[in-house]
Write a protein that binds this ligand. Structure first.
Ligand SMILES: Nc1nc2c(ncn2[C@@H]2O[C@H](COP(=O)(O)OP(=O)(O)OP(=O)(O)O)[C@@H](O)[C@H]2O)c(=O)[nH]1
Ligand SMILES: [Mg+2]
Length: 260
């Protein structure tokens, strides 16, 4: 993926719109194209001729997920961990603008293509990011458990991430709150209970993750894929009243789903 990452410099200006991937995932045309209707397939076995990512990666339905949160909370690292199973150690270089990566998951027998948009958390790129919210089916709101300000900015700052979501995203967008860098126990500045409390207040699923160790990363993206709109995924015969938690028992302590 041609991730646009340049060393964090004061004056880096937002990239020209034409240099950014378009909201429908083609590169690079103008952002903000009309939100494509998710390629949902009629329930039942996928038909031949499923769309493909190229390279034989067929899928039945596509789901756009956006990672948002302050600069440095670990959005890019979370995406690289999920996509490549690797951790970007070493110097921190900020994302410039926005980019995306695709990964196909098997969810209850259905191939779900997650198109994951990695946004730049720095203030100066906010206007670029706003253009992409309305195309997102799901938003992962990230904070860094070692950075209290990044947690406060989820709901308190004038341009809080939750405010931006309400202002720019679809009203039915799927949201999840993630507290990242949980491996850095020594530097923890935000208690898990505080994350749980905030999640409960807004009725959001919540997990603590680590892009470094991989804790809960696949789980978070799989949970998002499962929470996709009922029309996107086959509705189980006896549709549960609430979405059952998919956490493995060992991680239930760190997953604040509304139901377990
Ligand atoms: N210990 C630890 N460090 C992490 C983790 N995730 C990210 N980091 C480090 O935190 C720094 C920032 O990570 P990024 O993923 O680049 O942050 P970002 O949210 O993409 O930042 P912007 O692109 O500026 O919005 C890097 O130095 C990473 O190595 C994690 O789970 N644990
Ligand atoms: Mg980044």
């Amino acid at each position: 993926m041609s991730r646009k990452k340049t060393p964090k410099t004061k004056g880096a200006s937002a990239p020209a719109a034409s240099a950014l991937p378009a909201a429908n995932g083609s590169r690079p045309t103008r952002p903000g194209t009309a939100r494509p209707v998710p390629q949902a397939r009629p329930n039942g076995p996928p038909q031949p001729g499923r769309p493909s990512l190229g390279g034989g990666d067929f899928y039945d339905v596509a789901f756009k997920v956006m990672l948002v949160g302050d600069s440095g909370v670990g959005k890019t690292c979370l995406l690289v961990r999920f996509k490549d199973g690797a951790f970007l150690a070493g110097t921190f270089i900020s994302t410039v603008g926005i980019d995306f990566r695709n990964k196909v998951l098997d969810v209850d027998g259905m191939k779900v293509k997650l198109q994951i948009w990695d946004t730049a958390g720095q203030e100066r790129f906010r206007s670029v990011t706003h253009a992409y919210y309305r195309d997102a089916h799901a938003l992962l709101l990230l904070y860094d458990v070692t950075n209290k300000a990044s947690f406060d900015n989820i709901q308190l700052a004038p341009q809080a991430w939750l405010t931006e979501t309400q202002e720019y995203a679809q009203h039915d967008v799927v949201l999840m709150l993630l507290g990242n860098k949980v491996d850095s126990a020594q530097e923890r500045a935000v208690k898990r209970e505080d994350g749980e409390k905030l999640a409960k207040e807004y009725g959001l699923p919540f997990m603590e993750t680590s892009a470094k160790t991989g804790l809960n990363v696949d789980l978070a993206f799989t949970a998002i894929a499962k929470q996709g709109k009922p029309g996107l995924l086959p509705v189980p015969r006896a549709a549960p009243q609430t979405i059952p938690c998919i956490c493995a028992p060992r991680t239930r302590a760190t997953c604040f789903q509304l139901t377990h």
